[in-house]
Design a protein around this ligand. Structure first.
Ligand code: ACO
Length: 434
């Protein structure tokens, strides 16, 4: 039975003896929440939750995670089933619209995106200002911000037609921007998307093809990319999605909200971890392949070294995405001729899973632990790993932004603070300061 409409309250007793009954928000699966909205006005107290480890910021119907059991579902469908049977386009539609599309809906969705892949010629001139030695992520975020000015007819967050158009432009053009920026950074001639290819095929063509010859797509690699994009498509209220929601809560348009998500994802504790994992594995290899020495450093917290690709705020069990990626990593890497870094990764994982330090803290591989190895086998340079994550996460960011804008209960995000600075004091003129 659904408990969503059951009226329950939680009693909170404050240090001054005051009591307050707070309404309970019931979930359909997972944790219930205690609604705190009236706590300040009725008691003068706020709640404090550093890093939001225990704070629900929204009611959402998109993605469910059970971190203890290692469960991830988009709109009720298990990630394992979607990765095996679905496509990235179908999953994107599912996340945004709540249901799997029928044939006509999927065709319309795909066509809307396909006919919006081409970038304005003036827009492409911005690449000339991008330094060749910089990381692609800030440039991608900058370019998406600018898309806002190139698409001024679809900026109204409350007009469904404009939101649909902005969705198509972002889904169609951001992957092309990522490929364009890659080509710019590597001094390669520009490519153009072609309508006979799917979004993922066009992306691979624009990354690895040449304007002067046909690009031969490998169906195995296209399939692997589809799976990886599906695995990254959403992960409920993670750092970048919460950023997209925060920016969007000010009624900012979809383009600038998604650009903010790209910036948040760039951080090495979030999407930047896939690049950090590869660099860590290369480092271990270059130092003689001694995993023991590295693990000792991690456990002694020397120089803040962490086992990158391990641990997660929500998963206290094996990240279900990591299990799927691991399977594909073996397949793709074997197919492409092996990789000594995979052996190092397997050894690190084995040691960590049998080591008290990791067991006690419930640290398991997350999605980033094996993805970089697949990207490397396909031929992506290390600094493209996080951009690939941002490509995959586009549907999730858009779905959350749309859900928020369609919800009449949405409010601008504006957390409070417990102030611990100086109390009021008198200004001392400069010449009188000691
Ligand atoms: N290696 C070694 N120790 C770790 C690791 C790790 N990867 N992750 C957590 N710990 C330790 C911490 O030092 C801490 O130890 P302590 O209790 O002795 O102080 C304990 O485990 C808890 O760690 P927190 O940092 O408090 O956990 P939090 O939930 O805040 O952080 C995070 C989660 C950021 C993912 C963390 O596990 C981490 O830094 N992992 C490595 C980076 C990474 O892989 N990020 C990708 C996350 S998935 C994603 O964003 C797609």
């Amino acid at each position: 039975m659904s408990r969503e409409n059951v009226n329950e309250t939680a009693k909170l007793v404050l240090p001054n003896g005051q009591e307050i009954d707070l309404p309970v928000a019931h979930s359909t699966d997972g944790y219930d929440g205690v609604e705190l909205g009236k706590l300040l006005s009725e008691t003068g107290f706020i709640t404090l939750d550093n890093g939001f480890v225990n704070t629900g910021s929204v009611k959402s119907q998109i993605t469910f995670i059970d971190g203890d059991e290692g469960v991830l579902r988009y709109r009720g469908y298990s990630i394992e089933e979607l990765a095996e049977k679905s496509t990235f386009m179908e999953v994107a539609y599912l996340l945004m619209h709540g249901e799997l599309p029928d044939f006509t809906q999927l065709e319309e969705f795909r066509m809307g995106i396909k006919y919006n892949t081409e970038l304005d010629w003036d827009f492409r001139k911005i690449y000339e200002a991008i330094p060749r030695d910089g990381h692609p992520m800030p440039s991608i975020a900058g370019a998406i911000n600018l898309l806002s000015n190139y698409n001024q007819s679809c900026l109204d967050p409350h007009d469904p037609e404009q939101v649909e158009k902005a969705t198509q432009v972002i889904m169609g053009q951001v992957p092309m921007i990522i490929a364009d920026i890659y080509r710019r950074l590597h001094g390669m001639a520009p490519m153009y998307p072609r309508h006979e290819y799917t979004l993922v095929e066009n992306f691979l063509r624009m990354m690895f093809g040449s304007p002067s010859q046909e690009y031969e797509l490998d169906p195995e690699l296209v399939h692997t990319m589809e799976v990886l994009l599906i695995l990254h498509a959403d992960h409920e209220q993670n750092c970048s999605t919460s950023t997209v929601r925060t920016v969007g809560s000010a009624n900012a348009n979809l383009f600038v909200s998604v650009a903010a998500g790209v910036d948040a994802l760039y951080g090495p504790l979030h999407g930047g971890a896939n690049q950090a994992v590869l660099e860590m594995l290369e480092n271990i290899r270059d130092n003689g392949g001694d995993a023991d020495k590295f693990m000792e450093k991690v456990k002694n917290k020397e120089d803040g070294v962490r086992l990158m690709g391990f641990g997660h705020r929500v998963y206290k069990n094996y990240d279900p995405r990591a299990a799927i990626v691991k399977k594909h990593a073996h397949r793709v890497i074997d197919m492409l001729g092996g990789d000594e870094l995979l052996d190092i990764a397997l050894e690190l994982e084995d040691r960590a899973l049998n080591d008290d330090y990791f067991v006690e803290r419930r640290l398991y591989p997350n999605v980033d632990f094996y993805t970089g190895l697949i990207y490397r086998a396909i031929g992506f340079p290390t600094d493209m790993f996080t951009p690939l994550f941002s490509f995959g996460r586009l549907p999730g960011w858009i779905a959350h932004w749309r859900e928020q804008n369609a919800d009449p209960r949405s409010k601008i995000f504006r957390p409070r603070q417990v102030y611990q600075g100086e109390t009021e004091r008198t200004y001392i003129p400069l010449e009188e300061r000691q």
